[in-house]
Design a protein around this ligand. Sequence first.
Ligand code: NAP
Length: 529
Amino acid sequence: RQPEQDHLMTELLKNFVAGQWIAGAGAGTLLRDPVTGADLVRVSRDGLDLAAAFNYARNEGGAALRAMTYATRAARLGDIVKVLQANRDAYYDVATANSGTTKNDSAVDIDGAIFTIGQYARWGAALGDHHVLADGACIKLGKESTFASQHLLTPTRGVALFINAFNFPSWGLWEKAAPALLSGVPVIVKPATATAWLTQRMVADVVAAGILPPGTLSVICGSSAGLLDQLQPFDVLSFTGSADTAAAIRAHPAIAARSVRVNIEADSLNSALLLPDAAADSEAFALLVKEVVREMTVKSGQKCTAIRRVLVPEHLYDAAAQAISARLAKTTVGNPRNEAVRMGSLVSREQYQSVVDGIAALSQQTSVLHDGKQHALVDADPAVAACVGPTLLGTRDPDSADVVHRTEVLGPVSTLMPYRNLDHALTLIRRGEGSLVASVYGADPATLAQAGTALADSHGRVHVISPAVAATHTGHGNVMPHSLHGGPGRAGGGEELGGLRALGFYHRRSAVQADAAVLDAIAAAPFTL
Ligand code: NAP
């Protein structure tokens, strides 16, 4: 047989739309094991009736979800948690095969998703048996009048389209779907093609369990072509991916002319900052070093929140370079099926090339402090596997090294830079033009508070670490559903999670002006958000 015929022997994953499993036409796109290069499965959505898929979700799924209360939908989220937990082992197998991740790294995606849905199930239960939410208090419109205004949040009568990135096929779906479904809005997810398998498998398990009414959860695997054309004014679009694709999406008529609400999570040049009063033997220094290494190596650095820029006081530049490099040197890289391996591969050979090119671009204005090439691969062929060793770069002149402030390399790569004083450090961090997260390390609460507050306007999250929280903090790059995820500027300007705040994206806010008696009747029903 020809190699192409071999590909056709692999399973063609079906799409779930309009309440049916439908195979796309043609041979589709082949998904590969990024470590061994083995063929896995194929995806195609060619020939799908997209208009019918979106209408079914919008009309059937939307109506069914809106007929339930928040508490009922929260209970369904709890049922989803049980199904995903029951099939967890299979998800780990898919992640190893399709994403090249070690067990610990697969957990970030899989268990992170299950934890997030569980949180929304709990928070949602507290919203009770209501169909709408009150936003703030009722306000009288005039001194004597009984005429008053009450803001209401009602679920949007549309569909939520998710276009997701390759690095979180599980969490990327559920961190968005949990608040959407809890809000009463049906979901259509289009995972990134390279790692679509895990998303498709999870949707298949939830559909098979019969937890959700028909039309509430759909999955389309393959090309994004034509998806945005289906969007109508009350639909919402949540996109996670590169800044280039985000720019194309923003210019689409659905957004530009039909006012479809859009949330964008894009590139981010996240920073870690060691405060000026830290010494090389301080606990704050050790905490920064540990976190930088963890962030560089977890999921092979393929986290949108990973630390890309490390800022230390000038006199600690060499000490930091040595300490981080010494820890990185111990990282075993290669086939995640080998127990000795701590860091698996990138998701594809294309990503491998993109990271190699990114390191070359950064290297034009930096020097190599720890060379990833010195890591011999364990159980993996360097000519085939998408494995890149952790690479620490450094520049002693971060003011003129502009490339490090604008180039995100989505791999195990970070750049160390010295600063003169706190103002200088903050100025350098802001050159990232808006990021998802910055972490700050120090011991003095007042200085930590000052730096943390100063960074808040340009970051969705500020992670402030002192020795007091050394054992309890949740990690620079870990996205907790309790806290906001998203960032201004380059990071896309989006907002996700943050507890029940996430429901705002899926609700419409309107002011109802009426006699106080009417508003009392409304207020008797909803829960205040
Ligand atoms: P990408 O190439 O922009 O792709 C993202 C998604 O958009 C994929 O599903 C892709 O489909 C789809 N797509 C591609 N072209 C499109 C178009 N013209 N219209 C509509 N959709 C289109 O990004 P990526 O390489 O997968 O993801 C890496 C980036 O995502 C990094 O920059 C990372 O920082 C960012 N990210 C951000 C977050 C966050 O929460 N802020 C989280 C994870 C990742 P195909 O796969 O089929 O091409």
